[in-house]
Design a protein around this ligand. Sequence first.
Ligand code: NAD
Length: 257
Amino acid sequence: MSLSGKTAIITGSNSGIGLGIAREMAKVGADVVLNSFSDRDEDHALAEEIGKEFGVTARYIKADMSKGDECRALVEQAGKCDILINNAGIQHVAPIDQFPVASWDAIIAINLSSAFHTTAAALPMMRAAGWGRVINIASAHGLTASPFKSAYVSAKHGIVGMTKVVALETAQEPITANAICPGYVLTPLVEAQIPDTMKEYDMSREDVIKNVLLERQPSKEFATVEQLGGVAEFLCSAAADQITGTTISVDGGWTAL
Ligand code: NAD
């Protein structure tokens, strides 16, 4: 499969799943736009490396996904958007009665509202090009809940709902909108949850991984960023032309429980 001639914008892609998906997209020939809120030499170097490695145009554009105007500016600055991958996300873990308001607001803004803004900015470009793919990186937590993750679970359920709306609004156009729902993938976001969870449950790192993080993942294995990139590629293929408004779980059986 080739995505040559297509431009993919991947939000929150200087690390973890976003970076992994950007690499997989570039591997099959898509030009890629990487993004995060920082503007370091290493962010731009990351894009340059991907461009060289895969012979595509790769750019890094700084934009803070907690700010609506910057989300829209990212798409405008990219100038073209055939594939929009809404991936930027953060996490905070706390009981709801102790959940910091600032963390709630940031999670809703970055994990949910950013996709509203980028999608609104990208759809006219997809319509002009006569083809488009909106791929939202939700989570198993877009379909089910866990304690202490009120904002994250709310945002992820929200983005699954928004995916369905975008699919219906574009149903008679050559544009699809779907959500990928990963279970646990060992990325910096998951690494950052381990110390708090160790404290919460008074457990070792190994026990947290096996008995807490992967407790609900029946495969007992993390999903990988390459697998998620492969699923995103499939959603860009002609085989997926009639797949829209749905979720694809990559969770080792978690949501089958
Ligand atoms: P990560 O922390 O490695 O990556 C998150 C990315 O978002 C980073 O590139 C970060 O710079 C970026 N980001 C954070 N705040 C931003 C902001 N304000 N503006 C722009 N970019 C910002 O985490 P990850 O695990 O790769 O997560 C990526 C997505 O996948 C998230 O939406 C997350 O909820 C989802 N997800 C992750 C897992 C998992 O197990 N890792 C499981 C399900 C879903």
